[in-house]
Design a protein around this ligand. Structure first.
Ligand code: FAD
Ligand code: NAG
Ligand code: NAG
Ligand code: NAG
Length: 479
């Protein structure tokens, strides 16, 4: 940073600190032990230095913090679980005022109405446990228990029951939002419906949400958790597996079946079936035959709801405070409506010739997201700003080191894999998922890939509710 830029940054920092202090907004002072802990991102590859760090305890504190940011021309960023792959919860760049929602973690269930009010600062494992403990209720959400319900819900939210219950954002009834002018509004289908539309897919750019109201469902018990260990040994074998899964997902996968192919140094095909073992076998056996893994080693076990979640959570549901789990990685995504035979072939060749030789801890995950009986695809494309209703697969590419830094010269590994696929289908508008934020995208690419045809309407709403761009970030709407 040059001398003048440094001086400006220093003045801004002093001004925001005194504004927050005058407004009695709790903060972690820059440089304090709490601050140093709080700015550790989930992804150690992507670190930032905020200008200030507010830890509000009330909605009034959130309003005051937003006003301090706006008055001092410092961009304001809400943080929930801090799990953005690009550290968007820390601003996605240096110099933001972070508003950490960690104190907003109450979960209150109305069992008779099957609704729950949930603070946006909670983590999924804690939220799921609290919902279950209050009348065995549940919502549809992602698998990793440390993820924040704030970022997950406002940009998608896909998990183990999404094919029957939809995305997390599909179950949102209402949100309480602090806007850029620091007023508080309710967004729902009937109140501020444009804002409600924008929040469900692109929330970060539109305000700070303090509470969600969700519709809940009674947690299903006796669920079949399955895992097949498979080892494709040629590109054509992988291509056959993917072709079989894609055909099945598009045309025949029942909504009570949720599944994923996890391709890495070891490969698994796993998921959850909400039904009987006899029905599961009827559905699954033809698919396994088509995949060519009929005789593979399998585990199929019956689980309660919480054990179903734990089967995919990589540890206990309840989360430690302070949260201190991290990885060091680069990640990308693709949300294809369809993969052509040529694209599947290119993908499989790249796996055989490149990925298998990568000694880092990489994976490529195919979630069976859409298809003609998925609850996600049944929602009309224009009813939320989530732009990927049409995607058969949600593909996540991940390349991680278990210690040390991730060298930027390794990024072409995943960039090349995605390019190998998209080059084969120049006519397909491949979407990408902002919940797997990709630091290699320019802002124009990010806007186009994350929101496809919905971007224009999002910008129009942004100009109305946040004309001064109080809520900014390198990839969010309006940046
Ligand atoms: C280990 C791991 C597993 C994951 N598994 C899944 C999965 O199974 N399914 C899935 O769909 N996704 C999954 N994700 C992706 C996850 O959904 C996103 O990273 C999500 O954005 C994280 O939300 P957060 O609140 O933890 O992150 P943060 O970094 O705190 O926030 C992410 C974005 O949301 C904004 N935001 C957060 N809270 C608010 C708020 N209250 N008001 C306004 N804006 C807000 C932030 O400003 C930022 O732009 C996973 C991520 C990780 C790291
Ligand atoms: C899905 O599509 C297939 C044909 O592609 C059709 O046979 C099947 O009935 C459809 N299922 C649903 C639920 O629409
Ligand atoms: C969905 O995908 C099909 C191609 O599979 C495409 O023709 C159609 O336009 C897409 N619809 C939307 C809303 O993206
Ligand atoms: C704050 O902004 C919203 C959205 O643009 C607007 O409806 C409202 O009138 C504004 N409130 C004040 C007090 O200016």
């Amino acid at each position: 940073m040059g001398g003048l830029a440094f001086l400006v940054a220093w003045h801004k920092r002093a001004a925001i600190e005194s504004c927050l202090s005058n407004a009695k907004v709790p903060v972690y002072a820059v440089g304090s032990a709490d601050y140093t802990q709080a700015i550790k991102p989930f992804n150690y590859r992507v670190t930032f230095n905020p200008a200030a760090y507010a830890v509000p305890a009330t909605v009034e504190h959130v309003q005051a913090a937003v006003k301090c940011g706006a008055d001092n021309k410092i961009q304001v960023t809400a943080k929930s679980g801090g799990h953005s792959y690009a550290s968007h919860g820390l601003g996605g760049e240096d110099g933001h005022l972070i508003v950490d929602m960690k104190n907003f973690k109450d979960v209150k269930v109305d069992i008779a109405a099957q609704m729950a009010v949930i603070g946006t600062g909670g983590r999924l494992g804690d939220v799921a446990t609290a919902l279950y403990n209050q009348g065995k209720q549940a919502i549809s959400h992602g698998t990793c228990p440390g993820v924040g319900v704030g970022g997950l819900t406002l940009h998608g939210g896909y998990g183990l029951i999404s094919r029957s219950k939809g995305l997390t954002l599909d179950n949102l009834l209402e949100a309480t939002v602090v806007l850029a002018n620091s007023s508080v509004v309710t967004a729902s289908a009937t109140q501020n419906p444009d804002l409600f539309w924008a929040l469900r897919g692109a929330g970060a750019a539109f305000g700070i949400v303090t509470n969600f109201k969700f519709k809940t469902f009674t947690a299903p018990e006796n669920n079949l958790v399955f895992q097949y260990f498979i080892s494709p040994n040629s590109a054509s074998q992988l291509a056959a597996i993917l072709t079989a899964i894609q055909d099945f997902t598009r045309n025949a996968q029942p909504p009570e079946l949720n599944m994923r192919l996890f391709l890495s140094a070891f490969t698994t095909f796993s998921g959850v079936y909400y039904g009987s073992r006899a029905d599961f076998d009827k559905v699954m056996n033809p698919l396994l035959t088509n995949m060519g893994i009929g005789g593979g080693f399998a585990q199929v076990t019956q689980n309660s709801w919480l054990n179903t979640l734990t089967s995919f959570s990589n540890g206990p549901l309840q989360q430690a405070t302070p949260y201190d789990t991290h990885e060091t990685f680069f990640s990308k995504s693709l949300m294809p409506s369809y993969l052509s035979p040529a694209a599947i072939d290119a993908l499989s060749q790249y796996w055989y010739n490149n990925a298998r030789n990568n000694q880092r801890s990489w994976y490529l995950l195919f979630d069976s997201h859409g298809g003609n009986s998925s609850a996600i695809s049944e929602v009309p494309a224009d009813s939320t700003s989530y732009a990927h209703r049409n995607a058969t697969f949600k593909m996540q590419f991940y390349d991680r080191v278990n210690s040390g830094n991730y060298d930027s010269t390794w990024m072409p590994f995943l960039n090349g894999w995605v390019k190998a696929i998209t080059d084969k289908m120049p006519e397909e508008k491949f979407g990408m998922y902002i919940n797997y934020a990709d630091t290699s995208l320019s802002k124009e690419e990010a806007h186009e890939k994350y929101w496809l045809g919905n971007y224009k309407r999002l910008v129009a709403i942004k100009e109305r509710v946040d004309p001064g761009k109080v809520f900014e970030g390198p990839q969010i709407v309006g940046s």
